[in-house]
Design a protein around this ligand. Structure first.
Ligand code: URA
Length: 239
């Protein structure tokens, strides 16, 4: 038996204080009955619902997102550089010391790149997200200097030779202004955005990942902050 607020926090519904508020507002039922006391004990056998929808604990895996700041490297440890894992706070829902040791970042953002980074202990999900065959979209905002060639959009759509064995998969380039673009990729090669932009005649001066599949970097997640990924997003992750 465990406390209802802990059960919901571990399931990724929110922080312990957020789920206490949710429970007190009467939005949670256990076995069909409304429960308003966060300390209520649950066994996990009777269905726990939030706003009528079942909440299940992720079976053995945890998923967190970080708004990566520039200046830290995407690695679990490094002898010289500060890593994203050095920014991981204690007290995230479901984060036990045993799980902490198994966490790894899904895909790599360069040291100077900011934005959405998923960190998990779920190898299968990581594989699905990164596999070019699954075509999960990765969306970036970039600031550039220099002049993109006139047919840059078409070149992105067709795939670009950036010096690898194979051309890149078709991607999308959207010009927001002369110096700002959005780019959507379906794979994650080394320095891929920077190399594709360079192949079209310009240079990336700032890069931020905004989205991976259905997981969008929240506006209210500040640089360096972490958050558990809500369950309903994971269900749709690879769509
Ligand atoms: N593409 C890049 O060039 N750098 C990143 O960090 C991510 C994608």
């Amino acid at each position: 038996m465990e406390r209802l607020d802990k059960y919901l926090a571990d399931a990724g519904v929110g922080t312990r204080s957020e789920v206490k508020n949710v429970i007190r507002k009467g939005r949670v039922t256990v076995g069909g009955a409304k429960v308003t006391k966060p300390e209520t004990k649950v066994s996990g056998d009777e269905p726990v619902c939030l706003d009528g929808k079942p909440v299940k604990k992720a079976p053995g895996h945890v998923y967190y997102m970080l708004h990566k700041p520039a200046g830290v490297i995407t690695a679990t440890e490094d002898t010289r550089e500060k890593t994203v894992m050095d920014l991981l706070p204690s007290g995230l829902p479901g984060l036990t010391p045993a799980r902490r040791a198994k966490l790894f970042p899904v895909g790599r953002l360069d040291k100077d790149t900011e934005g959405l980074l998923l960190v998990t202990d779920d190898g299968a999900l990581a594989h699905a997200l990164l596999s070019p065959a699954k075509h999960v979209e990765k969306e970036y905002y970039a600031e550039i200097e220099g002049q993109l060639c006139d047919d840059a959009e078409e070149r992105f759509r067709e795939g670009i030779d950036i010096g690898d064995e194979k051309k890149t998969l078709p991607a999308e380039l959207i010009r927001l202004s002369d110096t700002q673009v959005r780019i959507i990729l379906h794979e994650g090669r080394f320095h891929q955005v920077k190399r594709m932009v360079e192949a079209c005649g310009a240079r990336v001066t700032y890069l931020k990942r905004l989205r991976m599949g259905a997981l969008v970097l929240p506006d209210d997640l500040d640089k360096g902050e972490w958050r558990a990924v809500p369950q309903e997003i994971l269900v749709n992750f690879c769509k």
